[in-house]
Write a protein of this length. Sequence first.
Length: 477
Amino acid sequence: MTLVAGVDTSTQSCKVLVVDAETGRVVREGSASHPDATECHPDAWWEAFTTAAEQAGGLADVAAVSVGGQQHGLVLLDADGEVIRPAQLWNDTKSAGSAADLVAELGAEAWVQATGLVLVPSFTVTKMRWVADHEPENAARIAAICLPHDWLTWKLLGGRDLSTLVTDRSDASGTGYFDAVSGEYRRDLLAHALRRDEADVADIVLPRVLGPHEAAGHGDPALGLGDALIGPGCGDNAGAALGLSHTPGQVTVSIGTSGVVCSVSATPVRDVTGLVAGFADALGNYLPLTATINGARILQATARVLGVDFAGLDELALAAEPGAGGIVFVPHLDGERTPNLPDASGTLAGVTLANMTPENVARAGVEGLLCLLGVGMQAQRAQGVRIDGVTLIGGGAQSRAVRELAPAVLGVAVEVPRPAQYVALGAARQAAWVASGEPEPPVWSVVESETFTATPTPEIQERYDRVAAQVADLDAR
Ligand SMILES: Nc1ncnc2c1ncn2[C@@H]1O[C@H](COP(=O)(O)OP(=O)(O)O)[C@@H](O)[C@H]1O
Ligand SMILES: O=C(CO)[C@@H](O)[C@H](O)COP(=O)(O)O
């Protein structure tokens, strides 16, 4: 049996799967936590990876390894390959002003035509501008710029020579200085963000963009990787689509740290409203994507305030009537990205003496999360994406209340595959492809799933949209 490994270096943790390359069956696995912060030194990702790999029985016997990871985080390296400052993650909103400046300087239309993105603070290029403006001494030391999955891949390759940095088209498409349609970096935009001339950024190393199953080289033998090939890796959402074997037309909803609605598409999406980001997938297609900063932590926070665990939250939420007795929770707890309100906070509206019960508050938490995702569904539909059903994954999909209420609130059938680490599985599928040398990725058996249906309750989304619009007005002031 040929074994391969898939890694998901995500926001909250690192997951490692060792998988049978032929069938996709998970043979061993491990995971370890990341620090809970919006800035993180990459060394913490390495530490979590080594712990998770050890828990998974080590990687000495795998033929290939690929890394999927949280998108957009800015990793800056100096000429010696040292990390210059902690990485600013996708959910770090301190570059909100830089994002607004960059959009004002070139215009939303220019950004979307060049990169498929209208800039929000999540995207890497806005963090570059922030460093240029706030930490000029760090900006002056930049020799290479990469993303979380690129950095971990580079470490697997030995992490010495900057010229061995690699990435893939899916993750590059979330930087704001890459055009997924031409497959080329836009160094002019990078130079603009750094307030430099293009010639002045010519020497900055950007990771080589590998093809979907192109090997980056062999793993560093000193790391106990045997003779494993290292794959190009991918952004986490592209990794999940690969793990689910999704093809154009299929839509994923992921509830991890972020809330994501994305669809595999054969054609690019250019949304000048910025609600849908025109990312690429890991196979050569596109991955129009809407992401929120707030995801499963909405459930965590609601459970905490009610003094219950996740099972208790589910029980309370399912004991309440649809509409939570009139309570609407707009869960912009950590600022928000879709809609673009980086300084927003959450709002619990419509609360009365009569309706403020633990059951209704729990229900409002679950409905609020689902309605926030519903905003992403509306945005996708506005771009012509047809959504008849969605596949629900991520840690939040383990919530019984989410699974049961999602079809009513989202108004579509919700397929929940058996719980698994789909990003890491997608990375493993890529690794199996790299190891096989075949022109097509391996076909792995269809994932077992359960489909949830319910009578749609559009009035819940409509009420949420009305309250959220009022709150957005307040937050924008
Ligand atoms: N039963 C559950 N109900 C609700 N949320 C859950 C449950 N189990 C895990 N979670 C949440 O899922 C999140 C982790 O999901 P994951 O997809 O691994 O996130 P990420 O990829 O962003 O690290 C955590 O916020 C965790 O609290
Ligand atoms: O910013 C995005 C996508 O644009 C997020 O999806 C991150 O990629 C983090 O994902 P999770 O850790 O929540 O899975």
